[in-house]
Design a protein around this ligand. Sequence first.
Ligand SMILES: *Cc1c(COP(=O)(O)O)cnc(C)c1O
Length: 384
Amino acid sequence: MRNRIYLDHAATTGVLPAVREAMTPYLEDAYGNPSGVYATGREAHRALDQGRKTAAEAIGASPREIYFTSGGSESDNWAVMGTAMAQRKKGRHIITSAIEHHAVLRPCRYLEKLGFEVTCLPVDSRGRISPEALERAIRPDTVLISLMAANNEIGTVQPVAEFGEIARAHGIPFHTDAVQAMGAMTVNVDEWKADMLSLSAHKFHGPKGVGLLYIRQGTRVDPLIHGGAQERGLRAGTENTAGIAGMSRAMEIAAGNIPERTEKVRGLRNRLCAALREAIPNLRENGDPDHRLPGHANLSIPGIDGEALLLRLDLAGIAVSSGSACTSGSAEPSHVLEAIGLSEEETKSSIRITVGEENTEEEMDETARTIISIVQDLRSMRGI
Ligand SMILES: *Cc1c(COP(=O)(O)O)cnc(C)c1O
């Protein structure tokens, strides 16, 4: 069964027809192993070359700096673990933030067990990391700074270029998780002075299970996946040719038309939020109103159980997420909402709506009407 209205684009997105078309040859005749010297292998290898070129162009990199992976989680793990391993003789201090994706935070926690020290920078009530706090946290033994470009739960966009500037001035490798940023803003490795940058195809209308790590030339990173000599010897495993062809096409599309797309998405999100604000006076919008991804609306509705609201919305054919997709189903409250200072009560009353370009004004109006009526219903059940 499909939801009629899909509003969980931060969790994943559908594959565009043009992307599917770019993938098809590699699921059909061109199934050769790109390492093969015969014709079908060479054909597959051309997909890698072309994909690498297209992907590099979309983020202002050079093709030799693009390393294909299995997605955002692998790219983040690789950046953190790979840098730590390559630099461990130089120092064992890593700087990250309290609101990173678990794909960054968990490898950091693992490295602590191996004797590394991790500084988790706090955020303000809007989810912003302060460049001054970053500057103060730097030590002589700092070997990595990993700070995300935009947050998946509350949509807060960070001053990434300032982080990159500070890292470069101190000669420390800078990694940024740009998984949510691709398609919503210009992602350019030089503008951000990023030495490593993670992307995941399924967050911008590409297929699931494929991503990339940009590694600036000269940055020292050990492999995470050892084995064959694929990806310049840094990432073993037969390449996901269809996935790579699809991701690079999706990147090309995501990097173009950004002003038009974001204006449309922002307009839809604002229309929905305005309708909700009007009917639900104590609604709280989490995140930074001045620096927020265009499609994100993370809402706390006092007195309402977010989980109950999202189940009722699903029954009505509308797909949204609880405070965080990654923690839904688990008892653990969102570390991001906690970091911006929400109480456990407020965290539990939160839902995340993320709008995409294929949504319509009619869908926004129907969603607003449905949420308002469920909220009234849930409140009357509780006698408030
Ligand atoms: C989705 C997401 C990831 C993980 O990407 P996968 O490809 O699903 O492994 C990492 N970071 C952020 C910010 C994300 O939104």
